[in-house]
Design a protein around this ligand. Structure first.
Ligand code: 5CU
Length: 376
């Protein structure tokens, strides 16, 4: 069935507010911002995989990381990007690695000011911007809980963006349970996003000099998400917190493709069997995917997108995203149209049919419904 196009919503779109850039500029280990003679823009160095190129950077003609352009921190630029790509509403979030590297004593107050800053940005464009807040995960539990309470009071907050490290031991950590309960009780979904990837050794000795960012971003990020959610599933987090809702970045990593294999490994695992964890009322990975999990549509091809739709049980659980300001065009003007955005929009049209009701849902209707994106 076809219908009038609804609004276009970008749920995967990041910013580093200027105060956060100042923190990165003051640092000497990753994440950091540094200036190099070989680059006109300061460089943003985030990933463990970038450390080898950072170490030899002063003597090299190749600067490490990525150029820190105005796209990362300027709200005017975000609105310009939205207008250029006909995006009506963006749900902005702090980009990785969020507040994961802060000292316990400072992260509570920095979270409060970053979240207030995001809230003010949204208020300056009512109806066009909402945000996912950021939690001070290195702080004591009470501080993290206070941050959830603060986020509940912020009119434009629609959830939290979370990495996979949790309190330092991953998302299957029992100590994280109270936070999952607090988020579920507050009706704040988690937008789960990778940052840590896989250990550098996995990429081999040639990667840092010869393969750019391809392996950690194309493969490390999605595997990280997959592993984090599989660990949550095996630890029983979804059963323990049935009201918890998650939106997984990059269409769930490789989860749509591997859910069947995870399920089979569970069914055939002697240890789980002996522990009576494989019982008749057990919810399968598929059931969890279709009830507590949403996926973004940032997968750049109709093949991946169709698999994500299939695994989710329908197109009404997917939501369009751009990953702006990452993946800018390299050969054309950054103020113009971005090929990375076009690839994701084209994948939706090819997978679901241009102008179909399902495509309109993925492009915006689903996000408006699930995240209640109205100015009330
Ligand atoms: O290019 C990159 O490293 C990234 C990143 O760090 N975070 C993200 O969301 N996308 C790409």
């Amino acid at each position: 069935a076809s219908q009038q196009p609804t609004k276009v919503v970008d749920i995967h779109t990041h910013m580093y507010p200027p105060s956060y850039i100042d923190i990165l500029t003051s640092r000497s280990t990753i994440p950091l911002v540094r200036t190099f003679a070989s680059s006109p823009d300061p460089r943003l160095i985030l990933l463990q995989a970038e450390v080898p190129s950072l170490e030899g950077a002063e003597a090299s003609s190749k600067p490490p990381g990525r150029p820190l352009t105005k796209h990362y921190s300027s709200l005017t630029q975000k609105i310009h990007f939205m207008d250029t790509h006909n995006i009506d509403i963006s749900v902005i979030s702090l980009a990785n690695p969020w507040l994961d590297f802060l000292k316990p004593f400072e992260s509570g107050s920095i979270a409060e000011s970053v979240n207030t800053e995001f809230s003010s940005m949204c208020a300056s464009h009512p109806g066009r911007l909402f945000f996912f807040g950021t939690l001070p995960l290195t702080a004591p539990l009470a501080t993290i809980e206070a941050s959830v309470t603060h986020l509940k009071t912020l009119k434009y907050c629609r959830g939290v963006i979370l990495g996979t490290s949790g309190l330092g031991n991953g998302l299957d950590d029992p100590n994280l349970r109270p936070i999952f309960h607090a988020l579920a009780d507050a009706g704040l979904p988690i937008f789960l996003h990778p940052h840590y990837g896989l250990p550098n050794e996995v990429w081999g000795p040639r990667a840092s000099q010869e393969y750019g960012h391809v392996l950690p971003l194309a493969l490390g990020f999605p595997m990280e998400t997959t592993i984090a959610v599989a660990r949550m599933y095996l630890a029983g987090v979804f059963d323990a917190v049935p009201a918890l809702r998650m939106i997984l970045a990059h269409s769930g990593g490789t989860l749509p493709f591997l859910a069947g294999r995870i399920e089979s490994c569970v069914l055939h695992d002697g240890h789980l069997m002996r522990e009576a964890k494989v019982h008749a009322t057990r919810r399968t990975v598929w059931e969890v995917l279709r009830s507590q999990i949403y996926l973004d549509a940032v997968i750049y091809s109709e093949v991946g997108l169709k698999s994500a739709i299939e695994a989710s049980g329908g197109a009404d659980r997917l939501m369009f995203g751009t990953d702006h300001p990452f993946f800018p065009p390299l050969g054309t003007d950054e103020d113009g149209e971005w090929e990375s955005v076009g690839l994701n929009a084209e994948a939706v049209n090819k997978a679901l049919g241009k102008a179909s009701q399902e495509a309109a849902g993925v492009m915006g209707g689903n996000a408006i419904r699930v995240l209640k994106l109205y100015d009330e």
